[in-house]
Ligand binder design. Structure first.
Ligand SMILES: [Zn+2]
Length: 767
């Protein structure tokens, strides 16, 4: 705990220097700590009238301090004396000393304020008034200033009293615990709320509406928590159904992360979206009426913030992954309790697949480190979805018991504090007893992913094996020096045995591993514990055979006889591509398992730019829509052996589909754009049918045009070279069947056509 506090103090100065240019001035921002906000808001009128008293302590000598606000200011008093013409950006403090407690009272008004991103701020709608505590676009993201004057940052935590007057007939739901409610003669409600835990401004909330409520009690490990669900439109039974999961999720969270520290649970349904306000979570309305996955996982995610973000908060927006990646991880943990581990594993793997395919595309086309994400991408996919993957992977790396024990210590010792990535690393290292420096160096401070390849060889005793593991980096030049890789071995009867392999370098070979059975095959990270650049699918076809889609592995299988097929989809390119391959996909498959009869295997491709459920799967690799003629499936039995072309049968169309082989084999597959004329290799079980270029007429007479005949309807460039290789004629955007007006000297020439998909050559004789 001490180490964290010290680091936090050091980081404070750095963080404040970075806010220069925003509303806060560095030296004044460093000089004050808000202890308590006492806010009175009259929501019954327009504009909303407010009166806030801030109790501050001076931390450093300073002449002025600054407050943040997006409000109309009526007047200001410091220690009870009205300051004429006061500027909230420069409140006079010269007469005070370090350690003094000062009160600043501000009378203000607002018509509501919503950031340019259309989300954060104070919304004054026809059916409700409510705030959302962070904005996507405004800088800083924190938006307490939309409804009260404050110090808007992640680390100045304070307590709050809210006194709220509503419109006639409406009632309030706010953060904190409700101290009292009364209704006046004009049917306006007056209520008072206390937040007694240190809380940053963005987590405080206010709302008024003609609320309907469901009251509940959630029984958990460390206590029974009263819960209030405020809503306007759904039925009571829909609301009860939506929150039924909390009976499973809350005990799971307390077992994993420690006690819930906020007393009561509250949600209100709002129009704009979901936000983890303390005691009063804003929840997207759709989440109350939908039975879809996003509804369940959003309810869990926002509650998970009670630990990740609300209890231990990122020190700056650049470490938003701690809050948002953490809360997204809690939604997986919550769903494990509510829906079962198979469901949560699937939920996790679908996110991993999506992160590997598109998180870098969505966040400006770059693989980004979790730490130091720029302002524009604070709430982007790296923070949320990649962040989730790294929390998940850390659990696998440490083992569940050690991981959750360390997390509970973090939540206890850093409760109501802040951490940055370095402080988090050092704290979790201390609490777990495992030095997490190399893990954080790769997964938090570097972009990208690690992809492992496992090879197993049997020794003279069949149940004793050697395991070789190597790694490749995806989206980074960094190397992972903290590797713990689980490998599950399968017997012929599908019994399993999992072994973890730890190594510090780029690769390892471990010999003399004795297993309880002779392994028939093995699968990397079968239990989906580490977020490496591999997604896994499996199919179990019974006596009648059948079809199975292995969606996250981008493959499908079908058979008429029993088959157990396991597919690792690796998100790094194959090595050893043969001559003639023009471009290979940035991904590959490893197929293993057991089957006797023929199994059809299908391997997905998606054109760049094509809108699909799997956008960007083949980004930059396969971009021509007009033809898929040169797209091939390649196979090799294992690493280090030669690739062979296996199939060009396909389903789907030029934009999206599967390359199909009717006799799936155990080994590696990949797809590539191939120039079969150049390759000159046997195609397994197939005769090449395209990849030919014919010239007509040939020989061609003087002054006569020639026509290029090919099976490629896409435009291509034409290059004519003489026997010495000198280019004598060139043209772009030519098409199949169009006569070419050549005029060459008598001789022998070579005509080459090329586009994204093919590269073909033929000899031409000019008479
Ligand atoms: Zn969140």
């Amino acid at each position: 705990m001490k180490a964290v506090i010290n680091l936090y103090r050091c980081m404070l100065t750095l963080a404040l220097l970075m806010t220069v240019g925003g509303r806060l001035a560095a030296q004044t921002a460093d000089s004050v700590d808000v202890l308590h906000y006492d806010i009175t808001l009259d929501l019954s009128q327009r504009p909303v009238r407010g009166d806030a008293t801030l109790t501050l302590r001076l931390l450093q000598p300073c002449n002025t301090i600054a407050l943040d606000y997006v409000l109309g200011i009526d007047s200001v008093a410091v220690d009870g004396s009205v300051v004429a013409g006061a500027d909230l950006a420069a409140l006079p403090m010269a007469s005070h000393s370090v350690g003094d407690t000062v009160t600043v009272r501000v009378w203000y008004y607002t018509y509501g304020y919503v950031e340019s991103g259309g989300w954060g701020g104070l919304h004054v709608d026809n059916d409700m008034t409510y705030n959302l505590g962070v904005g996507f676009d405004d800088d800083p993201h924190i938006m307490g200033r939309a409804w009260f004057p404050c110090r808007d940052n992640f680390y100045d935590k304070a307590t709050y009293t809210l006194n709220v007057t509503t419109k006639a007939g409406w009632t309030a739901e706010c953060g904190g615990s409700c101290q009292n409610r009364s209704v006046d003669a004009g049917n306006k409600e007056h209520s008072q709320w206390h937040i007694s835990q240190p809380t940053p401004t963005y987590l405080v909330s206010v709302s008024q509406a003609n609320w309907k409520r469901v009251y509940d009690t959630v029984t958990s490990v460390y206590g029974d928590y009263p819960a209030t669900y405020g809503y306007l439109y759904p039925s009571q039974s829909q609301v009860q159904a939506a929150f039924a999961q909390l009976d499973s999720v809350m005990p799971m969270f307390e077992r994993c992360f420690g006690p819930y520290r906020w007393g009561r649970i509250g949600y209100i349904a709002t129009a704009k979206g979901s936000m983890e306000h303390v005691n009063n979570i804003a929840l997207a309305r759709q989440a109350l009426t939908s039975s879809e996955e996003f509804a369940k996982t959003t309810i869990a995610h926002e509650l998970g913030h009670a630990w990740f973000g609300n209890l231990v908060t990122c020190l700056t927006a650049g470490d938003m992954w701690i809050n948002e990646g953490g809360a997204s991880f809690t939604s997986e943990v919550g769903m494990e309790a509510y829906m079962g581990r198979a469901w949560s594993d699937d939920y996790y793997q679908r996110n991993l697949e999506s992160v590997l395919r598109t998180a870098h595309v969505d966040d400006g086309g770059h693989y980004r480190p979790l730490h130091g994400v720029p302002h524009r991408y604070t709430y982007g996919r790296t923070s949320y979805d990649k962040g989730w993957m790294v929390w998940h992977s850390l659990r696998g790396y440490l083992g569940e018991e050690r991981f959750y024990a360390a997390l509970r210590q973090l939540m206890e010792r850093c409760a109501f504090g802040n951490v940055d990535a370095s402080a988090l690393r050092d704290s979790l290292s201390l609490y777990s007893g495992v030095d997490l420096t190399p893990f954080f160096a790769f997964h938090v401070f570097s972009p990208g992913f690690v992809d492992y390849d496992v090879d197993v060889t049997a020794a003279e005793f069949p149940a004793t094996v050697s395991v070789a593991i190597s790694q490749r980096s995806v989206g980074t030049t960094a190397t992972a020096y903290a590797n713990r890789v689980p490998v599950t071995f399968f017997s012929a009867t599908l019994d399993t045995c999992k072994r973890w392999f730890s190594f510090a370098g780029t690769d390892t070979v471990v010999s003399g591993i004795t297993l309880p059975f002779e392994p028939a095959f093995w699968v990397l990270d079968y239990d989906k514990e580490i977020s490496d650049a591999v997604t896994i699918g499996e199919a179990h076809l019974g006596a009648e055979g059948g079809n199975a889609s292995l969606a996250v592995a981008h493959a499908a299988v079908s058979a008429a006889t029993p088959a157990d097929v396991y597919v690792e989809h690796h998100w790094s390119p194959a090595d050893g591509m043969p001559y003639g391959v023009q471009r290979s996909a940035q991904r590959r498959w490893r197929v293993t398992g057991q089957w006797q009869g023929a199994v059809e295997g299908r391997f997905r491709f998606v054109r760049t730019g094509h809108s699909s459920n799997y956008n960007d799967l083949d980004r930059g690799f396969y971009s021509q829509a007009a033809s898929v003629d040169s797209l091939w499936l390649l196979f090799r039995p294992q690493g280090g052996t030669e690739w062979q072309l296996v199939a060009r049968q396909m389903t789907g169309n030029a934009n999206e589909g599967y390359l199909v082989t009717d006799s799936l084999r155990a080994g590696e597959y990949t797809i590539a754009v191939v120039d079969t004329a150049r390759m000159g290799v046997e195609v397994m079980g197939m005769t090449p049918q395209s990849g030919t270029l014919r010239l007509f007429p040939n020989p061609v007479g003087q002054g006569q045009p020639i026509t290029l005949l090919t099976e490629c309807p896409a435009p291509y460039s034409v290059t004519v070279s003489d026997e010495g290789g000198r280019i004598v004629w060139q043209h772009d955007a030519w098409r199949d069947g169009r006569p070419l007006p050549l005029s060459l000297q008598k001789g022998i020439y070579f005509v080459r056509i090329e586009n994204n998909l093919l590269s073909l050559q033929s000899k031409l004789i000019q008479l």
